[in-house]
Design a protein around this ligand. Structure first.
Ligand SMILES: Cc1cc2nc3c(=O)[nH]c(=O)nc-3n(C[C@H](O)[C@H](O)[C@H](O)COP(=O)(O)O)c2cc1C
Length: 159
């Protein structure tokens, strides 16, 4: 089964999460493409799609991820879709389930996404008083990849 992991990332942190997820899904036997959401124009070849976006300013998901969902809404509604956000610059994302921000919640409804997760973020360059560090957790990503694989296996590729 061919799976697309598309991401919207400003500083590369979310791209890294997308790459971890892609590698995990490949380990689990899927054929995976990991691509920038902005450059992905054709999703017809994919039987399942995962879209990730970086979180900025409490409310917004990276614009490339939002534009991707809008552009492909009709095709996405016909496929199993999962969304992820990456952002919190602390341990919170591994300690508890962080619900999607409002704009992402709307996207979940629009495409009929099967699930959403928030992963920790990474910040390497000083920005105001935000802490620098990397809170992306490969184990967290791995568990989510396994959950997705479990659901896909249970339902086949039929939505
Ligand atoms: C100006 C700024 C605003 C941010 N706002 C949020 C936010 O509202 N919520 C959050 O969880 N993370 C926030 N973050 C953290 C980023 O989401 C985190 O650094 C993320 O990993 C960036 O992803 P990227 O490298 O793919 O762009 C913010 C970071 C910056 C620099």
């Amino acid at each position: 089964m061919r799976v697309l992991v598309a991401y919207g990332s400003k500083m590369g942190g979310t791209r890294g999460v997308a790459e971890m997820l892609g590698a995990d899904l490949a380990d689990l036997g899927y054929e995976v493409d990991v691509r920038p959401a902005k450059e992905t124009t054709d999703i017809e070849p994919y039987e399942a799609v995962i879209v990730g976006g970086a979180l900025y300013y409490f409310v917004s998901w990276h614009k490339d991820a939002r534009a991707f969902l809008k552009r492909h809404r009709a095709a996405l509604r016909q496929r199993p879709v999962w969304l992820f956000s990456s952002g919190p610059l602390d341990e919170s994302a591994t300690q508890k389930e962080i619900p999607p921000v409002r704009s992402v919640r709307k996207e979940i409804d629009h495409v009929g996404a099967r699930g959403h997760v928030t992963f920790g973020g990474r910040l390497e360059e000083k920005s105001g008083s935000l802490p620098l560090g990397d809170w992306r957790d490969p184990e967290h990503v791995r568990r989510w990849a396994e959950a997705i694989a479990g659901e896909l296996a249970a339902s086949g590729s039929v939505d």
